[in-house]
Design a protein around this ligand. Structure first.
Ligand code: SAH
Ligand code: SF4
Ligand code: F3S
Length: 458
């Protein structure tokens, strides 16, 4: 048996590369390892068990993973007993599994996105084996209650469904996460109540397309609007968030629920991807720019002050200057409060990657620059509207760059930075004392990515 299993004070380190669902999967892996007696540690150098939970959504995410793996090789040469497991979206593709087996034979375990429930068995199986244990199962099934060690003090991530049926032509996710599977509502609600009872003030309901919740179960437990309303009524919560939504599945009931349930975030993340109907069609998105604008208007009517954020891809194959101009003009029309902007990245196995009308790099970069310039200006304008207002902020912890500054989010998901007054700085642990509390702050200044304010009655 590998000596790693008999050592005392064993430690683990998990590196997560992907989206919130990937983060949540890592929290479950941490839950398993802690049940097995492992303690968290701060770096792979100190760890007995290192897990890399990967993301395949863009090439950059792939590159980061293989770069990390190269560095782990050096550590493992000095610590041959260290256990290395790699899992997540990259490993769902057979060519990547082969690459690990051939080029990174020091890896002990390869597991998939739907193997979380059986992780302890795989872990022991791999520790016993003398070579890489390729244990990737199909992206099927739903997880019941699994152990979880939450990474954030203020927020509980709760997966409500797995997989995606949409097959947008650029996207790898349906290939790495399988078809849509909704968790039973009783399981989801139990997890939310447990989190609220444990003191979490924010719940983030997760799925690749949360609006399709319940569809695969013939809505026997209701739909997403029902689930959201029930979640919002769990006592003790500051805000219930959700992501991600698909415009084609935003129902009138959902909009009505957001207008009615004040604990549901006054924020909607609604990926647009492109403002050109021709490109949306080639992307297989099933809505038009006019339909998108109509949903945005309805949401803002239903919940005055709601912030609207989005994802946009520039340089999808075949995107003309006219298509791009339509995206720019739609952004001006809708005036997103913030946006994640991406340069199209070809993903092997997706339809668009095989097309022959890819956009050249200088054009990609030029369009990306124009897009981000426009969005940053709009984000700043949106944040400037808060100046002089007093807002409620859920403190998430000290700011990453300056420990004397508190960082938090408003219910409508704006990042708020609050420099602490000298007097409270002198108090013990002022920064962590505020974490997971809701404070009031008056906003003094605003930028594209955050606003800055001061505590009211600290
Ligand atoms: N299920 C979610 C999240 C998908 S991934 C959704 O549908 O919104 C998050 C974002 O990554 C997508 O919204 C899209 O804007 C972007 N994305 C996905 N595949 C991409 C690719 N191949 N190149 C560039 N951006 C991509
Ligand atoms: Fe990818 Fe589209 Fe599914 Fe989102 S909805 S995960 S972009 S295929
Ligand atoms: Fe990445 Fe997989 Fe999430 S590809 S974005 S980790 S679903």
């Amino acid at each position: 048996m590998n000596s790693i299993l008999s050592k005392v004070d064993r430690t683990y380190f998990i590196e997560t590369f992907g989206c919130q669902q990937n983060e949540n999967d890592s929290e479950i892996l941490a839950g398993h390892l802690e049940q097995l007696g492992y303690l968290p540690c701060g770096s792979p150098e100190e760890a007995d068990v290192v897990l890399l939970n990967t993301c395949s959504v863009r090439e950059h995410a792939d590159d980061r993973f293989f770069g990390h793996l190269g560095r782990l090789k050096t550590i493992k040469q000095e610590k041959p007993d260290m256990f290395i497991g790699v899992g997540g979206c990259i490993l769902m593709q057979p060519q990547n599994q082969q690459k690990i087996l051939e080029s990174f034979p020091f890896v002990d375990l390869i597991f998939g996105t739907a193997d979380l429930g059986r992780f302890p068995d795989l872990f022991f199986g791999a520790a016993d084996a003398r070579k890489t244990y390729l244990a990737v199962g199909p992206a099927e099934g739903i997880e019941r209650q699994l152990p979880v060690v939450r990474k954030k003090a203020h927020r509980a991530l709760v997966s409500i469904m797995y997989g995606c049926n949409n097959f947008c032509t650029y996207c790898i996710v349906p290939h790495t996460r399988g078809r849509e599977r909704s968790r039973p509502k009783a399981d989801v609600m139990q997890e939310i109540r447990d989190a609220a009872n444990a003191g979490y003030k924010e719940i983030l309901l997760l799925g690749q397309n949360v609006n399709a919740y319940g569809k695969d179960r013939n809505y026997e437990d209701g739909d997403f609007a029902d689930l959201l309303a029930d979640a919002a009524r769990v006592p003790g919560l500051f805000v219930v968030r959700f992501m991600t939504s698909h415009p084609k599945d935003v129902s009138a009931r959902l909009i009505e629920t957001i207008g009615r349930e004040m604990t549901v975030e006054p924020h909607f993340h609604l990926p647009l991807q492109s403002g050109s109907d021709a490109i949306l069609k080639k992307m297989n998105r099933h809505y038009t720019s006019a339909q998108y604008i109509a949903i945005a208007e309805k949401l803002r009517q239903a919940r005055p002050g709601l912030t609207l954020t989005t994802d946009i891809i520039v340089g999808f194959p075949g995107e003309t200057e006219a298509d791009f101009a339509k995206t720019m003009s739609l952004i001006e029309t809708v005036k997103f409060d913030s946006a994640f902007t991406f340069i199209y990245s070809p993903r092997e196995g997706t339809p668009a990657a095989a097309w022959d009308n890819h956009i050249d790099k200088p054009t990609l970069n030029r369009r990306y620059q124009a897009l981000t310039d426009l969005q940053y200006a709009l984000s700043r304008q949106s944040n400037e509207r808060l100046i002089g207002q007093t807002v409620k902020v859920l403190i998430t912890g000290p700011s990453e760059s300056d420990a004397s500054v508190l960082s938090g989010r408003t219910a409508d998901n704006r990042l708020v930075l609050i420099p602490l007054p000298e007097t409270s700085l002198q108090a013990d642990n002022a920064e962590t004392r505020y974490t997971n509390t809701v404070v009031s702050a008056v906003i003094r200044s605003a930028g594209s990515f955050s606003v800055e304010g001061s505590l009211v009655d600290p």
